[in-house]
Design a protein around this ligand. Structure first.
Ligand SMILES: NC(=O)c1ccc[n+]([C@@H]2O[C@H](COP(=O)([O-])OP(=O)(O)OC[C@H]3O[C@@H](n4cnc5c(N)ncnc54)[C@H](OP(=O)(O)O)[C@@H]3O)[C@@H](O)[C@H]2O)c1
Length: 336
């Protein structure tokens, strides 16, 4: 209705009166927090009968760029995926991103994928300017890299360190970087490389609420993110860290089944993968219990219940539960 009436007419016609109030955006809690947009529109139209519309709108104004300098020690797969996510979401400007890696191939790929970002051969160059520093190297080089960071960070307390090194506990990071250092430990998974990750993270007691808020926002650019206590990160490793391999195995077996029944391999693989993706989307979007989702697609005496009987007969459910348990135990063992 508003669209059909010109602004001029609103102003001139005595039959119409309007009042519109736009509230100021709510005050942000930190410089990098997302400001909320809040508007109340109150409109009274006086024709033969007075009609009053009174609506309130709440929403965010979209991503607000983070002004901090973000560095990566190690410019490999995960560093590139995270930096790409930050850039694509408009969270960090390319000129505020830098990465260091002794491997020239990794530096070249990072620079190619992130035009405008800086790359360095020496970690000291990244440490010198980073305010948020992702440790994106393999756990095998952890001690060497931590010593380097300690040596080159003039004020370690001014840096938020974010480690993704599998199995490296906060205690180990604290021992080298200092008891006052602000630390985050995260466990990403391979689908982060496609912006569809599942990530668990924990924060040291010294990390500030705004550090957690910042990390949550950054990591959400590559997937679903949960803050947890550190004891639970082994379970995250067992479920979402190892889970992609379990899902690949299930997809492969479904594709084999389709091929056995005569589908061309390429078609069977696409149908299998899309079925897993579609089912995952239904779980996340509807938030219905598994039992009711399963019931909706299982008609009495139909095809699905015949298939499910075979899965139960072969103990597939128990096998997957135990796979997560075994992977979690192994993660605990490796962390020592
Ligand atoms: N990718 C995943 O799916 C995944 C999942 C969960 C956790 N993570 C964790 O994420 C971290 C990074 O994994 P990624 O897959 O990105 O590994 P990646 O692709 O191998 O990247 C690591 C990079 O660090 C470089 N590097 C080696 N020593 C270094 C040093 N002293 N200083 C700076 N850079 C150095 C490596 O170079 P070289 O190749 O020459 O050694 C490599 O380019 C690992 O700790 C891993 O446990 C990864």
């Amino acid at each position: 209705m508003m669209g059909s009436l010109g602004e001029q007419r609103w102003m001139q016609d005595e039959k119409f009166a309007k009042s519109t109030n736009f509230a100021q955006p709510d005050k942000a809690t930190s410089p990098d927090a997302i400001p909320l947009f809040h508007a109340r529109v109150c409109l009274t139209i006086k024709t033969n009968e007075a009609i009053t519309y009174d609506h309130e709108y709440w929403g965010d104004l979209g991503p607000v760029m983070i002004s901090k300098k973000v560095g990566f020690v190690g410019a490999g797969n995960m560093a590139t995926a995270l930096a790409r996510g930050f850039l694509q979401r408009g969270l960090v400007a390319a000129q505020n991103i830098s990465a260091s890696d002794p491997a020239s191939a990794a530096r070249e790929r990072f620079a190619q994928e992130l035009p405008g970002a800086k790359v360095h051969a020496h970690n000291s160059d990244v440490v010198a300017e980073a305010e948020v520093l992702f440790l994106a190297v393999k756990p095998q080089v952890c001690q060497h890299v931590l010593r380097e960071l300690k040596e080159h960070a003039a004020h370690p307390e001014n840096i938020l360190f974010v480690s993704m090194m599998a199995g490296i506990r906060l205690k180990v990071l604290r021992e080298t970087l200092g008891s006052n250092s602000r630390l985050i430990r995260m466990m990403p998974n391979a689908p982060c490389l496609e912006g569809e990750g599942a990530i668990g993270y924990c924060a040291s007691e010294t990390a500030k609420p705004e550090d957690r808020e910042l990390i949550q926002r950054l990591l959400e650019s590559v997937g679903i993110v949960h803050e947890l206590s550190e004891e639970l990160l082994d379970a995250v490793t067992g479920l979402s860290g190892s889970g992609p391999a379990f899902a690949f195995l299930i997809a492969e077996a479904l594709s084999d089944g389709g091929t056995l029944m005569g589908l061309p391999r390429g078609v069977a693989t696409q149908l299998a993968a899309q079925t897993l993706r579609g089912a995952a989307t239904m779980i996340l979007n509807t938030q219905q219990p598994f039992s009711s989702l399963k019931e909706q697609v299982t008609s009495p005496g139909g095809t699905t219940i015949h298939g499910l009987r075979i899965l139960e007969q072969h103990g597939v459910r128990g096998a997957l539960i135990e796979a997560v348990q075994a992977a979690t135990r192994r993660s605990k063992e490796l962390a020592g």
